[in-house]
Design a protein around this ligand. Structure first.
Ligand SMILES: Cc1cc2nc3c(=O)[nH]c(=O)nc-3n(C[C@H](O)[C@H](O)[C@H](O)COP(=O)(O)OP(=O)(O)OC[C@H]3O[C@@H](n4cnc5c(N)ncnc54)[C@H](O)[C@@H]3O)c2cc1C
Length: 459
């Protein structure tokens, strides 16, 4: 499929139209939420502020969880037919230079007819997701609008009686002269990423609860490079390096095929602010320049490389790490009467790996389990919103909490150095890491002291 072509999304509905479900944001979470709800019989309106094709700043690693949803929605076939890198392993590097390559458990994925993971530019993955999902929405009587920025989230009633009833916005962005339009719905799904207007409305305006928090938000910076030494194939490892200056975040080298490598850095905002290069993604950019130009382990790998112009960009990752004493739900309030949020809008990024696409797709599917257009025609009720948030944390809470522990552990440089050196020598540790990446049960086992003692300490 030619992903440079515009996507025809059909006729624009007239202002004032009513839908069962409105989805704000056409990233992976929004596209999937729109498609799953359309497949469930709802008449859906999917709105996106950008126009395809569009870039998204990311590491571009698409893991097994994401691929299983992509398969379910008929997107995987499109991905398979377009260029991509097959991830067969992860190479972990520690601050003192030890490295271990952990093979991913191929068989576990193959049983589901999947690869263990892919890496491909988000411009391409998101295009394919949006392309297929807008087809599903329109085949089921819904509508899709691109280039339409939601600027207003409509609420009826106050405090505990408040209910979201639809959205308003305009073409060409909030400051443009474009036409204003409004749409109403029984359910509005917020899928607008880390600064989603629906999620801001729920947390800040209606419930007066926190939305953004430096201890749970991560700064991310990405560039594309050509010709990085050792990463030129179409199948192999992705690399994660725990470097002194970036811990507890990491420096990544993720090949995306055709000789191009996504190179980036991610770091918790609160940690970044403590350091010398504080403040914004510009600090991360400087750190990355230093790693590429001067770091003894990396500079030779970039000696004959070239950065793709225009690819240097920063963005934020809202982590799903559990909050201390949250006022209502973990990781934060993500639904209310008339609305649910998914993906980054619900703060669901894995706090250790930085993966967010999988949880965006999982939460997107879960919204369709909670919304029933016949039962909820007068509006999605508050008790169903609470049940959605409880199930979401029930399903994801354990793995997000374990990832938070791992993220915190990475602050102990000596421990990371020791662990990676040990893993390099002891096959069983590599196997344990591989299983941890693939299985929730193995992640729980990690915190079992006897298991740790046996695997790490005994010869
Ligand atoms: C540097 C970096 C590296 C990352 N690496 C990885 C990785 O390797 N693997 C991984 O799985 N995850 C990674 N992530 C996380 C991943 O990018 C997100 O978790 C994922 O994109 C979430 O999908 P989403 O659909 O919830 O939100 P988004 O992808 O952010 O999509 C939101 C959409 O909503 C639209 N929108 C926003 N506001 C409005 C509005 N007002 N009106 C209409 N539309 C609106 C946006 O244009 C966008 O298309 C990374 C993130 C960053 C920043």
């Amino acid at each position: 499929m030619d992903i440079t072509k515009p996507i025809d999304t059909g006729e624009i509905p007239s202002s004032g139209s009513h839908f069962d479900v409105i989805v704000v944001g056409g990233g992976p979470g929004g596209s999937a939420a729109a498609a799953y709800n359309a497949l469930n019989g709802s008449r859906v309106l999917l709105v996106e502020k950008d126009t395809w094709p569009r870039d998204k700043i990311c590491g571009d690693a698409v893991g097994g969880k994401s691929l299983s949803h992509a398969k379910e929605l008929g997107v995987l076939q499109l991905v398979d037919e377009s260029p991509h890198y097959v991830v067969d392993s992860i190479l972990f590097g520690s601050a003192n230079g030890s490295e271990v390559r952990v093979m991913l458990p191929k068989e576990a994925y193959e049983k589901q007819g999947l690869q263990s993971g892919y890496a491909l530019p988000r411009e391409q993955f998101d295009y394919l997701m949006f392309y297929r999902c807008q087809q599903i929405v329109r085949e089921n009587g819904g509508s899709v609008i691109q280039g339409f920025s939601v600027t207003k989230v409509m609420v009826e009633g106050e405090s505990i009686d408040a209910k979201i009833t639809g959205v308003g916005g305009r073409f060409g962005g909030p400051r443009s002269e474009g036409e204003d339009m409004e749409f109403t719905s029984a359910l509005t799904i917020g899928a607008g990423g880390f600064n989603c207007p629906v999620s801001r409305k729920i947390t800040l305006d209606v419930f007066d609860e926190p939305h953004r928090d430096d201890d749970h938000f991560c700064g991310g910076y990405r560039e594309y490079w050509e010709n990085v030494e050792g990463l030129d194939g179409e199948e192999g490892p992705i690399e994660i390096h725990f470097i002194d200056e970036v811990i507890p975040g990491y420096f990544w080298l993720f090949p995306v095929g055709k000789g191009i490598v996504n190179v980036g850095i991610g770091m918790l905002v609160s940690e970044e602010k403590k350091g010398k290069r504080k403040g914004s993604w510009r600090g991360l950019k400087k750190t990355q320049q230093w790693l590429i130009n001067d770091h003894p382990r990396f500079k030779h790998r970039f000696a004959n490389s070239k950065m793709i112009p225009g690819s240097a960009k920063g963005w934020q990752l809202p982590f799903g790490s559990p909050r201390k004493n949250p006022p209502s739900f973990q990781p934060r309030r993500g639904a209310m009467a008339g609305a649910m949020t998914v993906g980054d809008a619900a703060s669901l990024v894995d706090p250790f790996s930085g993966e967010g696409i999988g949880n965006a797709l999982l939460s997107a599917k879960m919204t369709s389990k909670y919304f029933d257009k016949k039962v909820h025609s007068d509006g999605f009720p508050a008790n169903a919103a609470d049940a959605y948030m409880e199930e979401l944390w029930g399903v994801l809470g354990k793995e997000l909490s374990n990832s938070t522990k791992l993220q915190k552990m990475m602050k102990w440089k000596r421990l990371t150095n020791w662990f990676i050196k040990k893993a390099n020598k002891k096959e069983e540790i590599g196997k344990m890491m591989s299983e941890m990446i693939a299985s929730k049960d193995a992640q729980t086992e990690l915190w079992n002291p006897w298991f740790l003692f046996r695997t790490l300490i005994l010869p």
